[in-house]
Design a protein around this ligand. Structure first.
Ligand code: HEC
Ligand code: HEC
Length: 209
């Protein structure tokens, strides 16, 4: 119960968390387009941020402030990944707003049809819209938006994301291997989700539009 209250308090303060990650309005998308090629991002994320494989997250249409924060975190080593770690040293701090501008303005191309059972869809939808009060899980929609488009600067878009990637992130948050979520917001939620919950909600979020 106390933990649930703590999460409610977290929800209430979530919008006041500050993200001093640089001015996201300064990016030049044309420069970003060139940088995506020069810095080899396209090999994994596609030239327009539509990644060719589920191992690589889609970046097309993701919020520019969120992209900026992740690149800044990878550079600082507060988020780690064996694929991204060798690349981020090539990215200069002044490249980041341009990359964020280009990628955020690209149109998501869509992902292959989601395979999910009726049971998974119902569980995923419930978690998304209402959360699970008994487990102390808040509704994903409260922070990621009803349609998964993301909210404000800090809550990433999850709709149209490869479900495999979403699943992996929820597992990393749950294991405490991804720790760059402000105030442990996502870790507090992921640790209350079962493997089944993670699969169901990842599939559901992927199919939102
Ligand atoms: C060798 C493949 C590879 C290359 C090249 C690469 N990335 Fe990534 N990128 C990944 C993988 C894999 C992840 C997901 C890491 C994880 O699972 O936590 C990722 C994650 C990201 C994320 C975080 C996405 C999210 O939803 O949190 C951003 C932003 C990003 N990459 C931008 C870039 C940019 C910009 C470049 C070029 C400078 C680049 N990447 C080059 C493989 C790559
Ligand atoms: C209290 C607000 C809040 C709630 C509720 C919430 N999230 Fe999040 N979530 C965040 C924030 C903030 C981040 C960005 C963390 C960062 O800056 O790296 C995030 C990031 C994520 C990511 C990583 C996305 C990426 O591109 O790497 C996933 C996946 C995710 N959330 C899934 C969920 C799911 C599923 C639920 C519901 C069970 C949920 N979230 C509920 C705040 C929330």
């Amino acid at each position: 119960m106390i933990r649930n209250l703590a999460l409610v308090a977290l929800l209430a303060t979530a919008s006041t968390v500050s993200f001093a990650e640089g001015d996201v309005t300064k990016g030049d998308p044309a420069k970003g387009q060139t940088l995506v090629m020069e810095k080899t991002c396209l090999a994994c994320h596609g030239a327009d941020g539509n990644s060719p494989a589920s191992a690589f997250p889609n970046l097309a249409g993701q919020g520019p402030a969120y992209i900026t924060k992740q690149l800044t975190n990878f550079k600082a080593g507060t988020r780690k990944d064996p694929n991204m770690d060798p690349i981020v040293p090539l990215v200069e701090p002044e490249d980041i707003p341009h990359l964020a501008a280009w990628l955020s303005q690209q149109r998501p191309a869509g992902i292959p049809a989601i395979q999910a059972s009726d049971e998974q869809i119902v569980r995923g939808r419930n978690l998304w819209r209402a959360g699970d009060a008994a487990k102390g899980v808040p509704a994903c929609a409260a922070c990621h938006g009803p349609s998964g488009a993301g909210l404000d600067a800090q809550y990433p878009k999850l709709s149209g994301q490869y479900p495999e990637y979403t699943e992996k992130q929820l597992q990393l948050f749950r294991n405490g291997e991804r720790t760059n979520d402000p105030e442990g917001m996502m870790r507090a939620i992921a640790e209350r989700l079962s493997d089944k919950d993670i699969k169901a909600v990842s599939a559901y979020a992927a199919g939102l539009r």
